[in-house]
Design a protein around this ligand. Structure first.
Ligand SMILES: [Zn+2]
Ligand SMILES: [Zn+2]
Length: 492
């Protein structure tokens, strides 16, 4: 499966649009459309439910994006959150110094009277043997020596644009959990181990963003800071190491539960030399994206680095009183950090299938019902019959009190099913003559609607008053086969 297929489906069906598209787009910014926002909200909602609501050892916060500028001094972002950049003196393009040889380069070859060639990344010219020294884009300009470029977006607080008023858009949500550590600990009377979660926007002025919503300058994170007592031991191991492994397992299981296939997931241990300066150990969960194996989320053991740094810079104590040992300790922290946009991309890529049904191609997004943007589509079989249309609208209105449900009568039924398959709607309900009957012929309806399941395409006849209970069961994780077994199959 390639990324263009997803980009095109996303635009055509209202999942993701390029930001400010009518103005030619904004670099690496994307807008979620009507279906995209539902999918994204569903991902965040199940994450919050499973990792915060359902657990006794977790609480959440929602912090502001603008924080005190000293936060970024203490966290190390001001000094270390940089990439080495080089600039072209001719065309002014900017490149990451360590990526400049990873792109194809433009070459005006002296051996062929200056003809222009595009030469594959890292290779020399086949005519003159030269290697790239100039700008890979324009092929003419010299590159500057590498300079450190900070990835944080700067902005100004208040009416005066001066250095003293400078602040930053947060590059991660994590720091809010550290600076609020004592507020949360005291207000909620927590005992270690416990975690603080947050889902929210972060900003990084990436120089080489790209690959659709995989790497963007504005993105959403779902982060957890899980604090443990470094003096405790669990199952014979240091508590931080035990909990690190637990979180790796739990996160991996979470992605599988909502549909990512085992063969598309793997763990990758960070090498010593790629570990962040604060980390004792970091493991990435990688997903086999259309662009290849890449990071889906990271789970880091950040030790006591952050709390110690903020204690030092703020002058406030950020410790926990260990009742048993009668001493103050600085907790260690394990950080499972996931990107919402990246998770959404993985769920969509994994769900995408092209199938053949009775000689016809169908595209289906086999999204987990809890993630699917639309839960049910109500489709009248005859839109000329007022009584059928009215019954369909009534069913939609009843179900829409609990779920995102749509009504569609703008095409023939086969077409309507394909449309819903393509956006992952798990169930369709149709209302037909059999449901309503035909007064002119003196035929009574059976009062049943047809439910069609997306993956098996099986259909059952269910009495209209029972639809809410049936969908409650199905959308709460009930198996289709179990529910379908209680009702007669639909004719045809
Ligand atoms: Zn250039
Ligand atoms: Zn050459």
């Amino acid at each position: 499966m390639n990324m263009d297929v997803l980009v095109s489906l996303s635009k055509r069906r209202g999942f993701v649009f390029q930001s400010s598209e009518i103005y030619g787009g904004t670099g690496s910014c994307w807008d979620y459309g009507p279906l995209g926002v539902e999918l994204k909200n569903n991902i965040k909602r199940v994450w919050w439910r499973d990792f915060v609501q359902a657990r006794a050892d977790m609480v959440g916060i929602d912090a502001s994006i603008l924080m005190h500028p000293t936060v970024w001094k203490a966290s190390g972002h001001l000094d270390h959150f940089t990439d080495p950049m080089v600039d072209c003196r001719e065309c002014r393009r900017r490149f990451r110094a360590d990526h400049v040889d990873a792109v194809a380069w433009t070459h005006y070859c002296p051996a062929t009277k200056g003809n222009k060639f595009t030469i594959p990344a890292g290779e020399p010219c086949g005519h003159c043997g030269q290697r790239r020294t100039l700008c890979p884009e324009c092929g003419k300009g010299e590159l500057t020596a590498p300079r450190q470029f900070n990835l944080m977006f700067k902005t100004f607080m208040g009416p005066v644009e001066e250095d003293a008023a400078m602040t930053y858009l947060r590059p991660e949500t994590a720091q809010a959990m550290f600076v609020n550590f004592d507020n949360v600990l005291q207000s909620m009377r927590l005992k270690l181990p416990f975690g603080i979660a947050q889902a929210g926007r972060s900003f990084r002025n990436e120089i080489t963003p790209g690959n659709f919503i995989f790497r963007t300058r504005e993105f959403e994170q779902m982060e957890i800071e899980f604090f443990v007592n470094p003096n405790d031991r669990v199952e014979g191991r240091p508590a931080d190491e035990y909990w690190h492994d637990r979180w790796i397992e739990d996160c991996m299981a979470w992605f599988k539960r909502y549909g990512l296939r085992e063969e598309n997931l793997r763990l990758r241990e960070h090498e010593r030399d790629e570990l962040a300066h604060y980390a004792k150990r970091t493991v990435d969960i990688e997903y086999n994206f259309p662009i290849g194996w890449s990071e889906l989320m990271g789970i880091a053991n950040r030790t006591d680095f952050d709390l110690k740094q903020h204690a030092k810079w703020s002058g406030k104590s950020l410790t926990y009183f260990d009742e048993e040992r009668k001493e103050h300790v600085v907790p260690f922290v394990v950080e499972p950090a996931a990107g919402v946009d990246r998770a959404l991309l993985a769920f969509m890529a994994d769900a995408y299938r092209e199938e053949e049904v009775r000689g016809e191609k169908r595209v289906v997004l086999r999204l987990h019902p809890e993630l699917a943007p639309l839960k049910v589509a109500v489709l009248p079989l005859l839109k000329k019959r007022d009584d059928i249309v009215r019954a369909a609208h009534e069913i939609r209105a009843t179900l829409a009190r609990q779920w995102r449900v749509v009504y569609d009568d703008t095409a023939a039924i086969g077409r309507l099913y394909r449309r819903q398959d393509e956006v992952g709607t798990p169930y369709c309900v149709t209302v037909d003559v059999q449901t309503i009957g035909d007064a002119e012929r003196g035929e009574r309806g059976d009062g049943r609607a047809t439910i069609r399941e997306r993956d098996s395409m099986e259909q059952i006849r269910v009495p209209i008053p029972e639809l809410p209970a049936v969908f409650r069961e199905l959308l709460d994780g009930g198996a289709w086969q179990q529910v379908a077994g209680r009702y007669p199959p639909a004719r045809g």
